[in-house]
Design a protein around this ligand. Structure first.
Ligand SMILES: Nc1ncnc2c1ncn2[C@@H]1O[C@H](COP(=O)(O)OP(=O)(O)OP(=O)(O)O)[C@@H](O)[C@H]1O
Ligand SMILES: [Mg+2]
Length: 232
């Protein structure tokens, strides 16, 4: 089992499009690469919904006497998520150690096989779940997502600090124009810290209304910039 690159898709700010962008990027890249997604949002997993797999369950198999999950196949993508295993009401009362344990187990007990890229769809905030991913799973890279708004960029910079302290390489940031803003937003705080712009996603009515096939989201430019940076 080898995973070439682990990329955390993050922003301390909630609701800026991390899950949507993770799914769209994974879907696009899975046409030419071996891709997996770990949904690390234990309280509110979304990947199984984005891929229309709400009623799926992972198969369980034995490896060296240990029970492991086979990832659920979402199109051509290997997906592991608490959304398949637990109903959300139960996870909602979990606290720090249980939460961290769940993420650890989800990562370690999934039979990922060989992957070119494993995306980790991060939960909002910079709490226990976040720290477990950054310090234990140790992603190779982080990809930041923000909307063109001061509150979003300021929160996203918090995740930048956490990643930087733990020496995770920051690939750059993606702008998701979720509010249909016409004016160009200057990302001075990002550029001053040498966080490069990877690309932007426009507001899209179909995404907003959840009336889309994830394969059809225009993410080609972001995907190709990402691949160049990763040298894949
Ligand atoms: N480009 C877009 N155009 C229109 N709506 C969008 C766009 N991107 C995301 N959305 C919508 O915005 C909401 C938030 O998106 P999403 O769940 O992907 O964000 P998130 O950062 O993963 O949220 P959380 O922090 O809760 O995990 C969703 O309702 C989604 O459908
Ligand atoms: Mg999300």
């Amino acid at each position: 089992m080898s995973i070439k690159k682990i990329i955390a898709v993050a922003s301390a700010k909630g609701g800026v499009g991390k899950s949507t962008i993770t799914a769209a990027l994974a879907s696009h890249l899975s046409k030419s690469l071996k891709i997996g997604i770990l949904d690390a949002d234990i309280y509110g997993p979304n990947q199984h919904i984005l891929f229309n797999l709400i009623n799926s369950k992972p198969d369980i198999t034995n490896v060296d006497g240990k029970k492991v999950f086979l990832p659920v196949m979402a199109k051509n993508i290997k997906l592991s998520s608490m959304g398949f295993i637990l109903d959300e009401d139960k996870a909602a009362v979990w606290r720090g150690p249980m939460l961290s344990g769940a993420i650890r187990q989800l990562m370690q007990s999934t039979l990922w096989g060989d992957l070119d890229i494993l995306f980790i769809d991060m939960p909002p905030g910079t709490g226990d779940a976040y720290l477990t991913v950054v310090s234990e799973i140790k992603p190779d890279h982080a990809l930041l997502v923000t909307t063109p708004s001061k509150l979003s960029t300021q929160d996203t910079l918090k995740s930048f600090s956490t990643f930087s302290k733990l020496n995770t390489n920051i690939l750059g940031f993606i702008e998701n124009n979720i509010f249909r803003q016409n004016k160009k937003y200057e990302y001075t705080d990002f550029l001053e810290r040498n966080i490069p712009f990877i690309g932007g996603l426009n507001y899209n009515d179909d995404i907003y209304e959840f009336n889309f096939d994830i394969e059809n989201i225009e993410i080609e430019l972001i995907a190709s910039t990402l691949l160049n940076k990763l040298k894949l």
